[in-house]
Write a protein that binds this ligand. Structure first.
Ligand SMILES: *Cc1c(COP(=O)(O)O)cnc(C)c1O
Length: 440
């Protein structure tokens, strides 16, 4: 018996007890479904705190965190600049339901960092951002139908909780009870990463389409980057048929590059939605874009959109501290290098253990696939991955102090707090896990 097989099981008794109690008051015991560990089995962990790249659960186990609150914590937990900005604002006031100078500063910063955004409005979640962007695009084009892609997630907006209908180029079907068929009748779902299907679709329906919404790097079906030419084709057909191109950069914004996926791939959308990183860990979203489109929004235009807590001074303070820190020279080069070291290391160790395994990464975002494909580029290939092997790997890693997203279909996140030590420890844990998998 080798050393790693005798790795003692961590105790999760307090998390388990809290989960039992939570289930008596909260549906499924969680406030967002993926937290429930249904994708990996077992009980979810309850956390008491975080520091840098590390999390501590309620049983005092420590983990290297690759979830980062699902993306926002690009600087790690409790970054001093974010905490200080919050403390200063706390002493000043929590909100006034009126404008503040900080809102002007953050809007100006967003417009500077993402030049396709000429006007921006803050909201309180990514879902709200995509919902509002679509309304604006519809108002601007005076068209109702929208296009989304299989495997992309844009929050729990009614008209976006849609799965592909039977046969290509058909209207979608509700992907959740409670979503009226009438809503999804306005949403076309196209295969992802398929430029030919997109062109064929637009030749038939282009003149009905208000907008195309896409995750420029799909991060909600694990991680699938765009194939060369795919985003460029999307840009071309939208321009040709007068449809608004919306890049949903709620995950990729300030995560893959300072200017988001649009700067990384040099494709300019008409509108962009943001979330996660811009809130610095507090609830913030934003939508913005070309001036003439954004001027459709009330009070300038006739598209209604509003928010009681929008631009919350605390959220803006945290977000601005984050946006300031990530502008440090070399921030993304260093982030990219860390993620690359981790992915190369994982691939090497899987190969040595004889486990079919491949990765993708862009900036501080990564995807790991238990797959025989050299690269996973389509929704079908993602779905064909070995989920059972991932589940075992997840628990082996958890027991070795590495907290991964509890689902085979989520991206992972590296931040500035993941140093050589954390990456080294993660690779050691993975080596043991891969070797254990081989024999199971
Ligand atoms: C997380 C996410 C959303 C939804 O954001 P919430 O803040 O959870 O509502 C929308 N789009 C993408 C691409 C996301 O990753």
């Amino acid at each position: 018996m080798s050393a790693f097989e005798s790795t003692p099981e961590k105790s999760h008794s307090r998390s388990a007890a809290l989960f039992e109690e939570a289930k008596r008051y909260i549906p499924g015991g969680v406030n967002s479904p993926v937290r429930a560990f249904r994708g990996v089995g077992g009980n979810p962990l309850f956390f008491q705190g975080g520091e840098g790249a590390w999390l501590t659960d309620e049983d005092n186990n420590r983990y290297i965190d690759y979830v980062g609150a699902w993306g926002p914590l690009i600087l790690g937990h409790r970054h001093p600049a974010v905490i200080e900005a919050l403390q200063t604002q706390l002493m000043q006031g929590l909100g006034y339901g009126a404008s503040t100078e900080a809102e002007v500063t953050i809007a100006k910063t967003i417009c500077k960092l993402v030049p396709s955004i000429e006007r921006v409005r803050l909201v309180t979640s990514g879902t709200e951002a995509t919902m509002s962007a679509i309304r604006v695009a519809r108002g601007f084009t005076r068209r109702d139908k929208i296009v989304k892609f299989e495997g992309c997630y844009h929050g729990h907006v009614d008209g976006l909780l849609v799965k592909a209908g039977s046969g290509a180029l058909t209207l979608g079907e509700p992907d959740s009870l409670g979503v009226p068929k009438a809503y999804t009748d306005l949403t076309y779902v196209l295969p992802s990463n398929d430029a030919d299907a997109l062109v064929a679709f637009f030749e038939k329906h282009g003149n009905e389409i208000a907008c195309v919404i896409v995750e420029p790097i799909a991060g909600n079906m694990n991680l699938v980057p765009p194939l060369p030419g795919y985003l460029e084709t999307m840009r071309d057909v939208c321009t040709q048929y007068g449809a608004v191109l919306i890049f949903d950069e709620v995950m990729t914004g300030f995560r893959v590059a300072l200017g988001g996926a649009q700067s990384h791939y040099k494709v300019t959308p008409d509108m962009t939605t943001l979330g996660k990183v811009i809130g610095g860990g507090l609830p913030v979203g934003a939508f913005g874009g070309r001036r003439e489109i954004m001027e459709m929004v009330a009070p300038m235009g006739a598209v209604y959109q509003a928010g009681t807590l929008a631009g919350s001074p605390l959220a803006v303070a945290a977000g601005m501290a984050m946006l300031t820190a990530i502008q440090a020279p070399g921030f993304y080069e260093s982030l990219n290098a860390r993620t690359g070291t981790l992915m190369n290391g994982l691939e090497e160790r899987a190969r040595a253990a004889g486990i079919p395994f491949t990765t993708h990464s862009v900036g501080g975002m990564f995807g790991c696939f238990f797959s025989k494909e050299e690269k996973v580029n389509t929704f079908e290939q993602v779905m064909a991955c070995n989920v059972e092997q991932f589940k075992k790997y997840f628990h082996l890693m958890l027991n070795r102090g590495v907290y991964l997203a509890p689902s085979a279909f989520e991206a992972g996140f590296v931040g500035a707090a993941h140093g050589d030590r954390e990456i080294g420890l993660t690779l050691d844990a993975a080596e043991q896990a891969f070797n254990t998998l081989e024999r199971s």
